[in-house]
Design a protein around this ligand. Sequence first.
Ligand code: NAD
Ligand code: IPM
Ligand code: MN
Length: 370
Amino acid sequence: MAARKLLLLPGDGIGPEAMAEVRKIIAYMNAELNSDFSLEEGLVGGCAYDVHGKAISEADMAKALAADAVLFGAVGGPEWDSVPYDVRPEAGLLRLRKDMELFANLRPAICYPALADSSSLKKEIVEGLDILIVRELTGGVYFGEPKEIRDLGNGQKRGIDTQVYDTYEIERISGVAFELARTRGNKVTSMEKRNVMKSGVLWNEVVTATHKTKYPDVKLEHMLADAGGMQLVRWPKQFDVIVTDNLFGDMLSDIAAMLTGSLGMLPSASLGAPDAKTGKRKALYEPVHGSAPDIAGTGAANPIAMIASFAMCLRYSFNMVAEADRLEAAVAGVLEDGLRTGDIMSEGKTKVGTVEMGDAILAKFQALAT
Ligand code: NAD
Ligand code: IPM
Ligand code: MN
């Protein structure tokens, strides 16, 4: 079999620290499980700006487009707060999403049994939680034009962002949500704000029509996105799959992260459409969290979101389902053993750093393989 081509883009802040733990797992899989991953590496974010003057070079963009899958760490930090908007670290991630056409961002929020006490919410609210946020990732207010700060010439400026959605964009993201719902709890909740936004009215119409024509067997409900945020905190277990736009999905997934114990727990998969000939999808796997400048360099970062993003990569890009299951079981296992990084509330548990957590997960993964 041809090598599985992975591009690693560790990025800034805690990105490289978390990626180092994934690298160990890949090295083990190549050495002991004949997994045949070939690794390339590139720069994205502030570290790319420092070298190339922009957040991702054309050469690294080309590598991303040629890879079977991209593993992305995190970008950004106060060092680059004043660099021009178009080349700031986050622009590298947005370019990757747009140019790779990664319109579907899957953000699962699972409360591991060992962490049911670690949420800021009561145990009974989060225990057993397993929801999936399907976030539209290449449209909406992130990319709509015009997008500018306009000088009005009277001493005033106007900041403009434009929320735009076309029918096909809503059809394809809701299709992903309905398909995934069929493999889990068979329910989709669509969130928008049709009460104030035209794009919300269209979103609601298109999701409803897609459901009626192609997925009538799946239960569909609609919720205004602000109420959805409230319901996520009130009783999150009412949800199975949530489908929503780019900006609401960004905010709702950070909220969902705290149901699982920490933002450092949440992985994600950003997927393109399957190729008509090969069926392969372009894909980038990224933790939901950022570069955590407040703890970067201290060895305290939780690597679980990054490792669980790699598990999603095994599952979605390489169909290595057994290995993905085993890696997720290894994560659950070390949490069961009482290991906690500093971001997880952990009375009476063993506090560990990034490397110890990564080592423990690898050891558990190895033990589960034999
Ligand atoms: P953040 O996610 O970086 O951090 C928020 C809080 O969560 C911090 O207190 C941080 O220490 C903690 N945290 C996050 N991940 C953690 C982990 N794995 N282990 C332990 N603690 C963790 O969000 P922010 O502070 O708002 O943003 C910092 C920078 O990251 C900004 O430049 C922002 O644009 C960028 N950002 C990047 C991404 C990405 O690259 N995908 C995502 C979000 C934010
Ligand atoms: C995320 C991040 C990104 C987003 C930023 C860094 C561009 O917050 O992936 O959740 O807003 O999409
Ligand atoms: Mn975010």
